[in-house]
Ligand binder design. Structure first.
Ligand code: RB5
Length: 142
């Protein structure tokens, strides 16, 4: 199960990503927001991060205007490695090297077409399981 959430700035892109996930047959749970009314990105970033850290969902996607505020929030939750990606190279590398468990997107930064490619790259790229990457990840949380 994939967790997905956004603030108002990411709402429209979240709708497009959920449609794309449905077309791909990927199950997801929508943690809001559910309208375009102004709201606070930490509420949604934290909800998705807690779902992933708690094991309710394996991975997450979070979206705000820039992707910055919501990724900062998610990364405060122990066990979360949220990666803000604006290109497919970063999405691939963060799965291979960082075993990122949440993808963050900036809806005012990337267009829908690129965002969907980034989502696909993130979801389709496995962790390398390389010993040096495992060692480095283990040092992230001390
Ligand atoms: C909301 O206007 C905006 O601040 C938010 O979506 C995000 O970009 C914050 O980092």
């Amino acid at each position: 199960m994939l967790a997905i959430g956004s603030d108002h700035g990411g709402f429209v892109l979240k709708q497009a990503i959920m449609k794309h996930l449905t077309e791909r047959g990927i199950a997801y749970k929508d943690y809001g927001t559910y309208t375009e009314e102004s709201c606070d990105y930490p509420d949604y970033g934290r909800a998705v991060a807690l779902a992933v850290a708690g094991g309710e969902c394996e991975q997450g996607i979070i979206i705000c205007g820039t992707g910055i505020g919501i990724s900062i929030t998610a990364n405060k939750v122990p066990g979360i490695r949220a990666a803000l990606c604006g290109d497919c190279f970063s999405a691939e590398a963060t799965r291979q090297h960082n075993d990122a468990n949440i993808l963050a997107l900036g809806a005012r930064v990337v267009g829908e077409g690129l965002a969907l490619k980034i989502v696909d790259t993130f979801l389709d790229t496995p962790f390398s399981n390389d010993e040096r990457h495992i060692r480095r990840i283990s040092k992230i949380e001390g």
